[in-house]
Write a protein that binds this ligand. Structure first.
Ligand SMILES: [Zn+2]
Length: 311
């Protein structure tokens, strides 16, 4: 299957970023906020069973384009509810302010699974539109995580703001001891010329670190005793996946981009303009939210301005 949305998506983001470049607000995690009142926490930790789930803030900034432009179906009532859930997402002039976050899960024995790698350094593919450089290497140090503690990286999907630190500025893998789990569907859906191929897939494959999987797979642990599971959650992209951290008594779902804005928490039917397959994305969102409510599960999202939310 060819993912026709990728060139369109990059085109849309790049044009919008060029038009709104002056409006960009970029803050260093933990650094001094220059323009906005909010100072997001760099590392926020939550526990479930034997696992420590750390939200790592790689970057924060304004999305290129207006929020109504990227969520065209959202009604005034939806925005009112979304603002209550995530007031920090509402910037001046109808802009969308968002975090760009990765998650690290530390289990017994200290081994770390990293979920997503953020926007990356200056010059990464996300530079065309996102606030770079991201700060993930410094944030990992702040969290007490060495690169060789990371034995698994799960990439929820192959968009620029989720794979940016997979390789360093020299193009070599940042986590050389880690298998990198990606859904095979996600790789197969990349269009020829997609930057994810040259920036992520090829370097990982050359280093023997690419670990394509098909469907639901256990990443770590054993079901019922504390486990991490990669769960297909398609729609945002063809092979999008989320990571369920099941501590036994409670659980945390690291959602990736199943929902990118609180408006999709307030009104799950609201589509995001750059979703690959909107009906599938909508179904996935409903399923994930229903399951989360049924199991009293906390959501760990990439872009809502609080790392952990209860739906
Ligand atoms: Zn994203």
């Amino acid at each position: 299957m060819t993912n026709h949305s990728v060139p369109t998506r990059r085109g849309v983001l790049r044009v919008a970023a060029a038009a709104g470049a002056g409006a960009f607000t970029v803050r260093a995690p933990g650094g001094r906020a220059t323009a906005a009142p909010r100072r997001p926490a760099v590392v926020v930790t939550r526990h479930t069973g034997p696992y420590e789930v750390m939200a790592l803030l790689d970057a924060h900034g304004a999305f290129p384009g207006t929020r109504q432009g990227v969520f065209p179906d959202a009604t005034d009532a939806d925005w009112v509810r979304a603002r209550r859930l995530d007031p920090a997402a509402f910037g001046p002039d109808d802009t969308w302010e968002l975090d760009f976050r990765c998650y690290a899960v530390r289990g017994p024995g200290g081994r770390v699974t990293l979920v997503d790698t953020g926007v990356g350094p200056a010059g990464s593919p996300a530079s065309a539109w996102a606030p770079v450089p991201g700060r993930l290497p410094a944030v990992l140090r702040h969290a007490g995580i060495e690169r060789d503690d990371v034995d698994t990286v799960v990439l929820t999907h192959l968009h620029e703001d989720h794979y940016g630190w997979t390789v360093g500025p020299d193009g070599t893998p940042m986590f050389p001891d880690a298998r990198h789990i990606v859904q095979r569907t996600e790789i197969d859906a990349l269009a020829a010329g997609d930057s994810a191929l040259s920036y992520v897939v090829e370097p990982l494959r050359a280093a023997g670190l690419l670990h394509p999987v098909d469907g639901r797979v256990t990443v770590r642990g054993r079901a019922g005793r504390g486990s991490l599971t990669a769960v297909p959650t398609p729609g945002h992209t063809a092979g999008h996946q989320s990571v369920l951290v099941d501590g036994g008594r409670d659980s945390i779902m690291i959602t990736g981009d199943v929902l990118v804005h609180a408006v999709q928490l307030a009104a799950p039917d609201v589509a995001y303009r750059l979703e690959h397959d909107r009906p599938t994305a909508r179904r996935t969102r409903h399923t994930l939210l229903t399951e989360a409510r049924t199991h009293d599960r906390v959501l760990a999202t990439s872009h809502i301005n609080q790392p952990f939310v209860r739906p």
